[in-house]
Design a protein around this ligand. Structure first.
Ligand code: GTP
Ligand code: MG
Length: 553
Protein backbone atom coordinates (compact mmCIF):
# COMPACT_ATOMS: atom_id res chain seq x y z
CA UNK A 1 0.00 0.00 0.00
CA UNK A 2 2.87 2.38 0.74
CA UNK A 3 3.75 2.03 -2.91
CA UNK A 4 0.58 3.96 -3.73
CA UNK A 5 1.06 6.67 -1.14
CA UNK A 6 -2.35 6.06 0.43
CA UNK A 7 -4.36 3.19 1.78
CA UNK A 8 -7.83 2.10 0.76
CA UNK A 9 -10.13 0.35 3.14
CA UNK A 10 -13.26 -1.56 2.36
CA UNK A 11 -16.09 0.30 4.03
CA UNK A 12 -17.77 -1.88 6.55
CA UNK A 13 -21.02 -1.37 8.32
CA UNK A 14 -21.06 1.43 10.86
CA UNK A 15 -18.08 3.41 9.60
CA UNK A 16 -18.83 6.72 7.91
CA UNK A 17 -17.20 10.05 7.52
CA UNK A 18 -19.80 12.39 8.95
CA UNK A 19 -18.33 15.78 8.07
CA UNK A 20 -20.64 17.80 5.87
CA UNK A 21 -19.17 20.56 3.77
CA UNK A 22 -21.72 22.14 1.50
CA UNK A 23 -19.78 23.06 -1.59
CA UNK A 24 -22.11 24.03 -4.38
CA UNK A 25 -21.01 24.19 -7.96
CA UNK A 26 -23.24 24.40 -10.99
CA UNK A 27 -22.93 21.27 -13.04
CA UNK A 28 -24.07 20.55 -16.49
CA UNK A 29 -23.01 17.80 -18.76
CA UNK A 30 -25.57 17.21 -21.41
CA UNK A 31 -23.23 16.07 -24.15
CA UNK A 32 -23.46 12.41 -23.23
CA UNK A 33 -27.24 12.67 -23.27
CA UNK A 34 -27.29 14.21 -26.71
CA UNK A 35 -25.04 11.46 -28.00
CA UNK A 36 -27.42 8.83 -26.63
CA UNK A 37 -30.49 10.20 -28.27
CA UNK A 38 -30.50 7.74 -31.14
CA UNK A 39 -30.08 4.67 -28.92
CA UNK A 40 -32.95 2.54 -27.68
CA UNK A 41 -34.00 2.66 -24.05
CA UNK A 42 -32.61 -0.84 -23.46
CA UNK A 43 -29.25 0.02 -25.05
CA UNK A 44 -28.89 3.11 -22.84
CA UNK A 45 -29.71 1.11 -19.71
CA UNK A 46 -27.23 -1.63 -20.62
CA UNK A 47 -24.46 0.86 -21.29
CA UNK A 48 -24.98 2.63 -17.96
CA UNK A 49 -25.21 -0.66 -16.08
CA UNK A 50 -21.98 -1.90 -17.59
CA UNK A 51 -20.26 1.43 -16.76
CA UNK A 52 -21.41 1.08 -13.15
CA UNK A 53 -19.94 -2.42 -12.90
CA UNK A 54 -16.53 -0.95 -13.75
CA UNK A 55 -16.87 1.78 -11.13
CA UNK A 56 -16.06 2.25 -7.44
CA UNK A 57 -17.29 4.74 -4.86
CA UNK A 58 -14.58 6.10 -2.58
CA UNK A 59 -15.04 8.19 0.55
CA UNK A 60 -12.11 10.62 0.65
CA UNK A 61 -10.87 13.76 2.40
CA UNK A 62 -12.34 16.93 0.89
CA UNK A 63 -8.84 18.45 0.56
CA UNK A 64 -7.72 15.60 -1.63
CA UNK A 65 -4.95 16.08 -4.18
CA UNK A 66 -6.80 15.02 -7.30
CA UNK A 67 -3.71 14.36 -9.41
CA UNK A 68 -2.00 12.12 -6.86
CA UNK A 69 -5.27 10.30 -6.28
CA UNK A 70 -5.76 9.62 -9.99
CA UNK A 71 -2.12 8.69 -10.56
CA UNK A 72 -2.27 6.12 -7.81
CA UNK A 73 -5.57 4.63 -8.91
CA UNK A 74 -4.36 4.49 -12.52
CA UNK A 75 -1.87 1.85 -11.44
CA UNK A 76 -4.83 -0.53 -11.50
CA UNK A 77 -5.83 0.42 -15.05
CA UNK A 78 -7.08 3.25 -17.23
CA UNK A 79 -9.62 5.57 -15.65
CA UNK A 80 -12.41 6.50 -18.07
CA UNK A 81 -14.12 9.07 -15.93
CA UNK A 82 -14.21 10.34 -12.38
CA UNK A 83 -15.95 13.04 -10.38
CA UNK A 84 -16.23 14.24 -6.79
CA UNK A 85 -19.31 15.17 -4.78
CA UNK A 86 -20.33 15.84 -1.19
CA UNK A 87 -22.87 13.91 0.85
CA UNK A 88 -22.12 13.59 4.58
CA UNK A 89 -18.48 13.92 3.52
CA UNK A 90 -16.56 13.93 0.24
CA UNK A 91 -16.80 11.07 -2.24
CA UNK A 92 -15.30 10.16 -5.59
CA UNK A 93 -16.87 8.02 -8.28
CA UNK A 94 -14.16 6.40 -10.41
CA UNK A 95 -14.96 4.48 -13.56
CA UNK A 96 -12.21 2.22 -14.92
CA UNK A 97 -12.11 1.06 -18.50
CA UNK A 98 -12.11 -2.60 -17.52
CA UNK A 99 -13.49 -4.76 -14.71
CA UNK A 100 -10.06 -6.30 -14.11
CA UNK A 101 -9.02 -2.96 -12.60
CA UNK A 102 -11.67 -3.39 -9.92
CA UNK A 103 -10.29 -6.82 -9.05
CA UNK A 104 -6.76 -5.38 -8.88
CA UNK A 105 -7.89 -2.47 -6.70
CA UNK A 106 -9.74 -4.81 -4.36
CA UNK A 107 -6.61 -6.98 -4.03
CA UNK A 108 -4.75 -4.02 -2.55
CA UNK A 109 -7.60 -2.90 -0.29
CA UNK A 110 -7.76 -3.80 3.42
CA UNK A 111 -10.57 -4.73 5.73
CA UNK A 112 -10.17 -2.13 8.49
CA UNK A 113 -9.37 -2.94 12.07
CA UNK A 114 -12.35 -1.52 13.96
CA UNK A 115 -11.84 -0.41 17.54
CA UNK A 116 -14.48 -1.42 20.14
CA UNK A 117 -16.61 -2.88 17.33
CA UNK A 118 -16.28 -5.73 14.89
CA UNK A 119 -16.31 -5.42 11.13
CA UNK A 120 -18.54 -7.47 8.82
CA UNK A 121 -15.91 -8.60 6.30
CA UNK A 122 -18.01 -7.93 3.19
CA UNK A 123 -15.82 -6.63 0.37
CA UNK A 124 -17.94 -4.11 -1.49
CA UNK A 125 -16.96 -1.47 -4.04
CA UNK A 126 -17.62 1.24 -1.48
CA UNK A 127 -14.16 2.15 -0.18
CA UNK A 128 -12.56 4.64 2.19
CA UNK A 129 -9.37 6.45 1.36
CA UNK A 130 -6.87 6.84 4.17
CA UNK A 131 -4.81 9.86 3.18
CA UNK A 132 -1.29 9.94 4.69
CA UNK A 133 -0.88 12.88 7.10
CA UNK A 134 2.27 14.07 5.34
CA UNK A 135 0.45 15.10 2.13
CA UNK A 136 0.74 18.82 1.45
CA UNK A 137 -2.54 20.72 1.25
CA UNK A 138 -1.05 23.26 -1.17
CA UNK A 139 -2.99 22.08 -4.16
CA UNK A 140 -6.30 23.12 -5.74
CA UNK A 141 -9.38 21.45 -4.28
CA UNK A 142 -11.22 19.22 -6.71
CA UNK A 143 -14.53 20.45 -8.12
CA UNK A 144 -17.49 18.94 -6.32
CA UNK A 145 -20.54 18.16 -8.46
CA UNK A 146 -23.87 19.21 -7.05
CA UNK A 147 -26.33 16.39 -6.31
CA UNK A 148 -29.11 18.33 -4.60
CA UNK A 149 -31.98 20.29 -6.14
CA UNK A 150 -32.46 24.05 -6.04
CA UNK A 151 -35.03 25.36 -3.56
CA UNK A 152 -38.29 26.90 -4.79
CA UNK A 153 -36.87 30.34 -3.90
CA UNK A 154 -33.74 29.78 -5.96
CA UNK A 155 -35.83 28.50 -8.87
CA UNK A 156 -38.15 31.47 -8.64
CA UNK A 157 -35.18 33.87 -8.70
CA UNK A 158 -33.62 32.09 -11.66
CA UNK A 159 -36.86 32.14 -13.67
CA UNK A 160 -37.54 35.81 -13.02
CA UNK A 161 -34.34 36.68 -14.86
CA UNK A 162 -35.58 35.07 -18.09
CA UNK A 163 -37.19 36.85 -21.04
CA UNK A 164 -40.26 34.72 -21.79
CA UNK A 165 -42.36 31.95 -20.28
CA UNK A 166 -40.97 29.57 -22.88
CA UNK A 167 -37.44 30.39 -21.71
CA UNK A 168 -38.55 30.00 -18.11
CA UNK A 169 -39.87 26.49 -18.70
CA UNK A 170 -36.75 25.43 -20.56
CA UNK A 171 -34.57 26.87 -17.79
CA UNK A 172 -36.66 25.06 -15.18
CA UNK A 173 -35.99 21.68 -16.81
CA UNK A 174 -32.27 22.39 -16.95
CA UNK A 175 -32.21 23.44 -13.30
CA UNK A 176 -34.13 20.41 -12.04
CA UNK A 177 -33.18 17.49 -14.28
CA UNK A 178 -30.77 14.76 -13.19
CA UNK A 179 -27.21 15.51 -14.15
CA UNK A 180 -25.01 13.03 -15.98
CA UNK A 181 -23.07 12.47 -12.73
CA UNK A 182 -26.21 11.93 -10.69
CA UNK A 183 -27.47 9.29 -13.12
CA UNK A 184 -24.08 7.53 -12.98
CA UNK A 185 -24.23 7.55 -9.19
CA UNK A 186 -27.74 6.06 -9.26
CA UNK A 187 -26.62 3.20 -11.50
CA UNK A 188 -23.56 2.68 -9.30
CA UNK A 189 -25.71 2.39 -6.16
CA UNK A 190 -27.84 -0.25 -7.95
CA UNK A 191 -24.68 -2.07 -8.95
CA UNK A 192 -23.38 -2.02 -5.34
CA UNK A 193 -26.69 -3.47 -4.18
CA UNK A 194 -26.45 -6.11 -6.88
CA UNK A 195 -23.19 -7.30 -5.32
CA UNK A 196 -25.12 -8.03 -2.11
CA UNK A 197 -28.11 -9.70 -3.77
CA UNK A 198 -25.68 -11.56 -6.06
CA UNK A 199 -24.38 -13.50 -3.08
CA UNK A 200 -27.68 -15.44 -3.20
CA UNK A 201 -28.60 -15.07 -6.85
CA UNK A 202 -25.42 -14.66 -8.93
CA UNK A 203 -27.39 -14.06 -12.16
CA UNK A 204 -29.56 -11.32 -10.67
CA UNK A 205 -29.49 -7.75 -11.94
CA UNK A 206 -30.59 -4.74 -9.94
CA UNK A 207 -32.01 -2.21 -12.37
CA UNK A 208 -33.18 1.32 -11.70
CA UNK A 209 -36.64 2.25 -12.99
CA UNK A 210 -39.09 5.13 -12.45
CA UNK A 211 -37.82 8.68 -12.61
CA UNK A 212 -34.13 7.67 -12.59
CA UNK A 213 -34.56 6.39 -16.15
CA UNK A 214 -37.84 7.79 -17.52
CA UNK A 215 -36.22 11.19 -18.34
CA UNK A 216 -38.47 13.08 -15.90
CA UNK A 217 -36.30 12.60 -12.79
CA UNK A 218 -35.43 15.62 -10.74
CA UNK A 219 -32.33 15.92 -8.54
CA UNK A 220 -33.21 14.53 -5.15
CA UNK A 221 -35.88 12.05 -6.34
CA UNK A 222 -35.81 8.51 -4.96
CA UNK A 223 -34.07 5.57 -6.67
CA UNK A 224 -36.63 2.91 -7.59
CA UNK A 225 -34.94 -0.45 -8.14
CA UNK A 226 -36.01 -3.84 -9.42
CA UNK A 227 -34.35 -7.07 -8.40
CA UNK A 228 -34.49 -8.77 -11.79
CA UNK A 229 -34.18 -12.57 -11.60
CA UNK A 230 -35.13 -13.23 -15.23
CA UNK A 231 -31.52 -14.17 -16.04
CA UNK A 232 -31.84 -17.21 -13.75
CA UNK A 233 -34.79 -18.56 -15.71
CA UNK A 234 -33.04 -17.79 -19.01
CA UNK A 235 -29.93 -19.83 -18.12
CA UNK A 236 -32.02 -22.73 -16.89
CA UNK A 237 -33.91 -22.92 -20.23
CA UNK A 238 -30.83 -24.35 -22.00
CA UNK A 239 -31.41 -27.92 -23.04
CA UNK A 240 -28.51 -30.29 -22.50
CA UNK A 241 -28.12 -33.29 -24.82
CA UNK A 242 -28.00 -35.86 -22.03
CA UNK A 243 -30.09 -36.35 -18.93
CA UNK A 244 -32.81 -33.88 -18.13
CA UNK A 245 -32.04 -32.41 -14.72
CA UNK A 246 -33.98 -29.97 -12.63
CA UNK A 247 -33.00 -27.93 -9.62
CA UNK A 248 -34.74 -28.93 -6.46
CA UNK A 249 -36.42 -25.79 -5.24
CA UNK A 250 -38.35 -24.52 -2.27
CA UNK A 251 -41.91 -23.62 -3.17
CA UNK A 252 -43.99 -20.68 -2.05
CA UNK A 253 -47.79 -20.38 -1.98
CA UNK A 254 -47.82 -17.79 -4.80
CA UNK A 255 -45.56 -15.54 -6.91
CA UNK A 256 -46.27 -12.81 -4.39
CA UNK A 257 -45.24 -15.00 -1.46
CA UNK A 258 -41.97 -15.94 -3.21
CA UNK A 259 -41.27 -12.26 -3.99
CA UNK A 260 -41.92 -11.36 -0.36
CA UNK A 261 -39.63 -14.07 0.92
CA UNK A 262 -36.77 -13.11 -1.45
CA UNK A 263 -37.12 -9.42 -0.62
CA UNK A 264 -37.20 -10.06 3.10
CA UNK A 265 -33.89 -11.98 2.93
CA UNK A 266 -32.21 -9.42 0.64
CA UNK A 267 -33.56 -6.67 2.92
CA UNK A 268 -31.95 -8.37 5.89
CA UNK A 269 -28.59 -8.65 4.06
CA UNK A 270 -28.75 -5.00 3.01
CA UNK A 271 -29.46 -4.08 6.61
CA UNK A 272 -26.79 -6.24 8.19
CA UNK A 273 -24.02 -6.40 5.58
CA UNK A 274 -24.54 -3.44 3.25
CA UNK A 275 -22.07 -0.65 4.03
CA UNK A 276 -23.74 2.73 3.86
CA UNK A 277 -27.28 1.30 3.88
CA UNK A 278 -29.32 2.57 6.83
CA UNK A 279 -32.92 2.72 7.98
CA UNK A 280 -33.90 -0.50 6.19
CA UNK A 281 -37.67 -1.10 6.27
CA UNK A 282 -39.37 -4.15 4.82
CA UNK A 283 -42.70 -3.03 3.37
CA UNK A 284 -43.76 -6.45 2.16
CA UNK A 285 -47.53 -6.16 2.56
CA UNK A 286 -47.83 -3.30 0.03
CA UNK A 287 -49.53 -3.94 -3.34
CA UNK A 288 -46.02 -4.01 -4.71
CA UNK A 289 -43.81 -5.41 -1.89
CA UNK A 290 -40.61 -3.43 -1.35
CA UNK A 291 -37.57 -2.85 0.83
CA UNK A 292 -36.95 0.83 1.58
CA UNK A 293 -33.62 2.16 2.82
CA UNK A 294 -31.32 5.15 2.68
CA UNK A 295 -27.96 4.82 0.98
CA UNK A 296 -25.97 7.29 3.02
CA UNK A 297 -22.86 7.77 0.83
CA UNK A 298 -25.03 8.85 -2.12
CA UNK A 299 -27.78 10.47 -0.07
CA UNK A 300 -30.38 8.47 -2.04
CA UNK A 301 -33.63 7.12 -0.69
CA UNK A 302 -34.02 3.69 -2.32
CA UNK A 303 -37.05 1.47 -2.94
CA UNK A 304 -36.12 -2.07 -3.93
CA UNK A 305 -38.90 -4.15 -5.52
CA UNK A 306 -38.87 -7.50 -7.31
CA UNK A 307 -40.98 -9.14 -9.99
CA UNK A 308 -42.07 -5.74 -11.27
CA UNK A 309 -41.48 -5.88 -15.01
CA UNK A 310 -44.54 -3.83 -15.92
CA UNK A 311 -43.13 -0.88 -13.97
CA UNK A 312 -39.95 -1.05 -16.03
CA UNK A 313 -42.03 -1.05 -19.21
CA UNK A 314 -43.95 2.01 -17.92
CA UNK A 315 -40.59 3.74 -17.40
CA UNK A 316 -39.61 2.91 -20.99
CA UNK A 317 -42.92 4.26 -22.26
CA UNK A 318 -42.51 7.57 -20.43
CA UNK A 319 -38.90 7.79 -21.60
CA UNK A 320 -40.05 7.29 -25.18
CA UNK A 321 -42.70 10.02 -24.89
CA UNK A 322 -40.09 12.31 -23.33
CA UNK A 323 -37.75 11.84 -26.30
CA UNK A 324 -40.33 12.50 -29.03
CA UNK A 325 -40.60 16.26 -28.56
CA UNK A 326 -38.61 18.53 -26.20
CA UNK A 327 -41.83 20.26 -25.12
CA UNK A 328 -42.95 17.06 -23.38
CA UNK A 329 -40.17 17.19 -20.79
CA UNK A 330 -40.49 20.94 -20.31
CA UNK A 331 -44.19 20.66 -19.66
CA UNK A 332 -43.85 17.64 -17.35
CA UNK A 333 -41.08 19.30 -15.29
CA UNK A 334 -43.14 22.49 -15.03
CA UNK A 335 -46.36 20.75 -14.03
CA UNK A 336 -44.54 18.55 -11.50
CA UNK A 337 -42.77 21.59 -10.01
CA UNK A 338 -46.03 23.59 -9.89
CA UNK A 339 -47.84 20.65 -8.25
CA UNK A 340 -45.09 20.21 -5.65
CA UNK A 341 -45.00 23.94 -4.85
CA UNK A 342 -48.75 23.81 -4.12
CA UNK A 343 -48.60 20.48 -2.23
CA UNK A 344 -50.72 18.78 -4.89
CA UNK A 345 -48.05 16.07 -4.77
CA UNK A 346 -46.21 14.98 -1.65
CA UNK A 347 -43.25 12.81 -0.73
CA UNK A 348 -45.50 11.02 1.78
CA UNK A 349 -47.86 8.38 0.34
CA UNK A 350 -51.55 9.24 0.70
CA UNK A 351 -54.58 10.49 -1.20
CA UNK A 352 -52.44 12.85 -3.29
CA UNK A 353 -51.93 12.75 -7.03
CA UNK A 354 -48.55 11.13 -7.74
CA UNK A 355 -45.87 12.34 -10.13
CA UNK A 356 -46.52 9.24 -12.23
CA UNK A 357 -50.22 10.14 -12.60
CA UNK A 358 -49.39 13.77 -13.37
CA UNK A 359 -46.99 12.69 -16.11
CA UNK A 360 -49.64 10.48 -17.68
CA UNK A 361 -52.06 13.43 -17.50
CA UNK A 362 -49.57 15.61 -19.41
CA UNK A 363 -49.12 12.86 -22.03
CA UNK A 364 -52.91 12.59 -22.42
CA UNK A 365 -53.25 16.36 -22.77
CA UNK A 366 -50.55 16.41 -25.48
CA UNK A 367 -52.36 13.61 -27.35
CA UNK A 368 -55.44 15.86 -27.43
CA UNK A 369 -53.73 18.83 -29.15
CA UNK A 370 -54.65 19.64 -32.72
CA UNK A 371 -52.58 18.28 -34.38
CA UNK A 372 -51.53 15.86 -31.61
CA UNK A 373 -48.03 16.33 -30.17
CA UNK A 374 -47.84 12.72 -28.94
CA UNK A 375 -49.08 9.46 -30.48
CA UNK A 376 -51.42 7.08 -28.69
CA UNK A 377 -50.06 3.98 -26.98
CA UNK A 378 -51.99 1.86 -29.51
CA UNK A 379 -50.05 3.61 -32.28
CA UNK A 380 -46.74 2.83 -30.53
CA UNK A 381 -47.84 -0.81 -30.45
CA UNK A 382 -48.72 -0.83 -34.17
CA UNK A 383 -45.26 0.49 -35.04
CA UNK A 384 -43.45 -2.21 -33.01
CA UNK A 385 -41.22 -4.73 -34.77
CA UNK A 386 -41.11 -8.48 -33.99
CA UNK A 387 -38.27 -8.05 -31.46
CA UNK A 388 -40.33 -5.47 -29.54
CA UNK A 389 -43.01 -8.04 -28.67
CA UNK A 390 -43.48 -8.08 -24.91
CA UNK A 391 -46.18 -9.84 -22.88
CA UNK A 392 -46.00 -9.58 -19.09
CA UNK A 393 -48.37 -11.68 -16.99
CA UNK A 394 -50.88 -11.82 -19.82
CA UNK A 395 -50.70 -8.06 -20.55
CA UNK A 396 -49.51 -7.03 -23.99
CA UNK A 397 -46.87 -4.40 -23.21
CA UNK A 398 -45.48 -4.17 -26.74
CA UNK A 399 -44.23 -0.73 -27.83
CA UNK A 400 -41.91 0.33 -30.63
CA UNK A 401 -38.30 0.74 -29.45
CA UNK A 402 -36.94 2.44 -32.58
CA UNK A 403 -37.91 6.09 -32.23
CA UNK A 404 -37.14 6.84 -35.88
CA UNK A 405 -40.21 4.82 -36.90
CA UNK A 406 -42.49 7.36 -35.23
CA UNK A 407 -43.64 10.24 -37.43
CA UNK A 408 -45.29 13.23 -35.85
CA UNK A 409 -47.50 15.91 -37.33
CA UNK A 410 -46.27 19.48 -37.30
CA UNK A 411 -47.48 21.29 -34.20
CA UNK A 412 -45.80 24.61 -33.42
CA UNK A 413 -47.60 25.58 -30.19
CA UNK A 414 -45.39 27.50 -27.78
CA UNK A 415 -44.77 26.20 -24.29
CA UNK A 416 -46.64 29.18 -22.90
CA UNK A 417 -49.71 28.26 -24.93
CA UNK A 418 -49.45 24.61 -23.92
CA UNK A 419 -49.13 25.45 -20.25
CA UNK A 420 -52.12 27.77 -20.41
CA UNK A 421 -54.17 25.14 -22.23
CA UNK A 422 -53.07 22.39 -19.83
CA UNK A 423 -54.53 24.35 -16.93
CA UNK A 424 -57.73 25.10 -18.89
CA UNK A 425 -58.03 21.50 -20.03
CA UNK A 426 -57.87 20.01 -16.54
CA UNK A 427 -59.62 22.98 -14.94
CA UNK A 428 -62.69 21.99 -16.96
CA UNK A 429 -62.21 18.23 -17.38
CA UNK A 430 -65.32 16.13 -16.70
CA UNK A 431 -63.59 14.01 -14.04
CA UNK A 432 -66.94 12.87 -12.60
CA UNK A 433 -67.85 10.73 -15.61
CA UNK A 434 -64.72 10.43 -17.71
CA UNK A 435 -61.45 8.53 -17.45
CA UNK A 436 -58.04 9.36 -18.91
CA UNK A 437 -56.79 6.78 -21.36
CA UNK A 438 -53.44 7.27 -23.13
CA UNK A 439 -53.75 3.92 -24.92
CA UNK A 440 -56.63 5.19 -27.01
CA UNK A 441 -55.72 8.87 -26.59
CA UNK A 442 -59.39 9.52 -25.92
CA UNK A 443 -61.61 10.23 -22.96
CA UNK A 444 -63.54 7.11 -21.92
CA UNK A 445 -66.52 6.50 -19.70
CA UNK A 446 -65.34 5.89 -16.15
CA UNK A 447 -65.79 2.21 -15.18
CA UNK A 448 -66.00 2.97 -11.45
CA UNK A 449 -66.76 5.86 -9.17
CA UNK A 450 -63.29 6.75 -7.87
CA UNK A 451 -62.58 10.52 -7.95
CA UNK A 452 -59.81 10.30 -10.55
CA UNK A 453 -59.57 7.47 -13.05
CA UNK A 454 -56.39 7.16 -15.11
CA UNK A 455 -56.19 3.85 -16.88
CA UNK A 456 -52.97 1.96 -16.18
CA UNK A 457 -51.22 1.98 -19.59
CA UNK A 458 -50.33 -1.73 -19.53
CA UNK A 459 -52.57 -3.36 -16.95
CA UNK A 460 -55.66 -1.87 -18.52
CA UNK A 461 -58.16 -2.99 -15.89
CA UNK A 462 -56.35 -0.97 -13.21
CA UNK A 463 -56.54 2.69 -12.24
CA UNK A 464 -53.16 4.30 -11.42
CA UNK A 465 -54.80 7.07 -9.39
CA UNK A 466 -57.16 4.99 -7.29
CA UNK A 467 -55.63 6.52 -4.16
CA UNK A 468 -56.74 10.08 -5.04
CA UNK A 469 -59.74 11.32 -3.04
CA UNK A 470 -62.31 13.96 -4.04
CA UNK A 471 -60.71 16.69 -1.88
CA UNK A 472 -57.32 16.31 -3.52
CA UNK A 473 -58.86 16.28 -6.98
CA UNK A 474 -60.85 19.43 -6.17
CA UNK A 475 -57.67 21.18 -5.01
CA UNK A 476 -55.98 20.22 -8.28
CA UNK A 477 -58.90 21.51 -10.35
CA UNK A 478 -59.11 24.77 -8.37
CA UNK A 479 -55.38 25.37 -8.78
CA UNK A 480 -55.56 24.62 -12.51
CA UNK A 481 -58.30 27.26 -12.83
CA UNK A 482 -56.43 29.78 -10.77
CA UNK A 483 -53.23 29.27 -12.78
CA UNK A 484 -55.11 29.44 -16.10
CA UNK A 485 -56.70 32.70 -14.96
CA UNK A 486 -53.39 34.15 -13.75
CA UNK A 487 -51.70 33.36 -17.06
CA UNK A 488 -54.37 35.40 -18.86
CA UNK A 489 -53.59 38.54 -16.85
CA UNK A 490 -51.30 41.02 -18.55
CA UNK A 491 -49.66 41.98 -15.26
CA UNK A 492 -48.30 38.52 -14.71
CA UNK A 493 -46.56 38.57 -18.06
CA UNK A 494 -44.74 41.85 -17.38
CA UNK A 495 -41.16 40.80 -17.01
CA UNK A 496 -39.60 41.93 -13.81
CA UNK A 497 -36.24 40.57 -12.64
CA UNK A 498 -36.88 41.54 -9.01
CA UNK A 499 -40.17 39.80 -8.39
CA UNK A 500 -41.76 36.57 -9.57
CA UNK A 501 -43.47 36.90 -12.95
CA UNK A 502 -44.71 34.39 -15.53
CA UNK A 503 -44.27 30.80 -14.39
CA UNK A 504 -42.53 31.91 -11.18
CA UNK A 505 -45.72 33.75 -10.16
CA UNK A 506 -47.66 30.50 -10.53
CA UNK A 507 -45.49 28.99 -7.80
CA UNK A 508 -46.62 31.59 -5.25
CA UNK A 509 -49.07 30.50 -2.56
CA UNK A 510 -52.57 30.21 -3.95
CA UNK A 511 -55.70 31.95 -2.68
CA UNK A 512 -58.34 29.55 -3.93
CA UNK A 513 -57.23 26.08 -3.04
CA UNK A 514 -59.25 26.16 0.17
CA UNK A 515 -57.95 23.39 2.37
CA UNK A 516 -54.48 23.75 0.93
CA UNK A 517 -53.69 27.28 2.06
CA UNK A 518 -53.70 26.75 5.77
CA UNK A 519 -52.36 23.24 5.87
CA UNK A 520 -49.46 23.91 3.56
CA UNK A 521 -46.17 23.95 5.39
CA UNK A 522 -44.66 27.41 5.67
CA UNK A 523 -42.50 28.39 2.77
CA UNK A 524 -39.85 31.01 2.83
CA UNK A 525 -40.89 32.65 -0.45
CA UNK A 526 -40.24 36.32 -0.80
CA UNK A 527 -43.47 38.30 -0.53
CA UNK A 528 -45.14 38.67 -3.92
CA UNK A 529 -44.81 42.06 -5.48
CA UNK A 530 -47.85 44.21 -4.91
CA UNK A 531 -49.10 43.77 -8.47
CA UNK A 532 -49.19 39.99 -8.18
CA UNK A 533 -50.69 40.22 -4.72
CA UNK A 534 -53.42 42.50 -6.03
CA UNK A 535 -54.09 40.08 -8.83
CA UNK A 536 -54.43 37.19 -6.43
CA UNK A 537 -56.72 39.27 -4.20
CA UNK A 538 -58.89 40.22 -7.13
CA UNK A 539 -59.09 36.56 -8.07
CA UNK A 540 -60.35 35.84 -4.58
CA UNK A 541 -63.14 38.37 -5.04
CA UNK A 542 -63.95 37.94 -8.74
CA UNK A 543 -63.11 34.35 -9.45
CA UNK A 544 -63.37 32.77 -6.03
CA UNK A 545 -67.09 32.13 -6.21
CA UNK A 546 -66.98 30.61 -9.65
CA UNK A 547 -64.02 28.46 -8.73
CA UNK A 548 -65.76 27.27 -5.61
CA UNK A 549 -68.84 26.27 -7.59
CA UNK A 550 -67.00 24.63 -10.46
CA UNK A 551 -64.64 22.93 -8.03
CA UNK A 552 -67.31 20.30 -7.42
CA UNK A 553 -67.18 19.09 -11.03
P1 GTP B 1 -40.80 10.38 -8.44
O1 GTP B 1 -41.96 10.94 -7.69
O2 GTP B 1 -39.90 11.43 -8.98
O3 GTP B 1 -40.09 9.32 -7.66
O4 GTP B 1 -41.46 9.73 -9.74
P2 GTP B 1 -41.51 8.20 -10.19
O5 GTP B 1 -42.01 8.19 -11.59
O6 GTP B 1 -40.21 7.53 -9.93
O7 GTP B 1 -42.64 7.63 -9.25
P3 GTP B 1 -42.58 6.56 -8.07
O8 GTP B 1 -41.25 6.56 -7.41
O9 GTP B 1 -43.78 6.83 -7.24
O10 GTP B 1 -42.85 5.20 -8.82
C1 GTP B 1 -41.85 4.59 -9.60
C2 GTP B 1 -42.46 3.97 -10.82
O11 GTP B 1 -43.40 2.98 -10.41
C3 GTP B 1 -43.24 4.92 -11.72
O12 GTP B 1 -42.43 5.61 -12.64
C4 GTP B 1 -44.19 3.96 -12.40
O13 GTP B 1 -43.54 3.29 -13.45
C5 GTP B 1 -44.48 2.96 -11.31
N1 GTP B 1 -45.69 3.35 -10.58
C6 GTP B 1 -45.82 4.24 -9.59
N2 GTP B 1 -47.07 4.32 -9.16
C7 GTP B 1 -47.77 3.44 -9.88
C8 GTP B 1 -49.13 3.03 -9.90
O14 GTP B 1 -49.99 3.51 -9.15
N3 GTP B 1 -49.45 2.08 -10.78
C9 GTP B 1 -48.54 1.55 -11.62
N4 GTP B 1 -48.91 0.63 -12.47
N5 GTP B 1 -47.26 1.89 -11.63
C10 GTP B 1 -46.89 2.83 -10.78
MG1 MG C 1 -39.43 7.37 -7.99
Amino acid sequence: LDRFGFGLETQTLGRFTSTTSAIKAQTENKTAKAAKESKTFQAIQEERREQAERSVLISCPSKINENTFLDDLSKHGTINKHFFYNSYGAYAVVEFSSRESIASLKESTNIPAVEHEAAVPFKSRLLSLKWPGSQSSNHPMPKFKVQSPLSINEISQLLSEKDSIDEQLQCLTEALELTEENVRLRFLVCSLLQDIAGAYFPECIIRPFGSTVNSFGKLGCDVDMILDLDGIYATSQKKGSGLSLEYQVKRGASERAVTQSILSVIGKCVDQFGPGCVGVQNILQARCPLVRFAHQPSGFQCDLTANNRVAMKSSELLFLYGQLDPRVRHLVFSVRCWARAHSITSSIPGAWITNFSLTVMVVFFLQQRNPPILPTLDRLKELAGPSDKCVIEGNDCTIVSDLSKITLQQNTDTLEKLLQEFFEFYGNFPFNKTSINIRKGKEQTKPETTALYIQNPFETTLNISKNVNATQLERFVALCRESAWLLQQKEILNQCPDSPWGFAALLLPSVTSGAGVKSRRKRKLEPASSRIKNLLDSLKIKGGETVAKKGNA
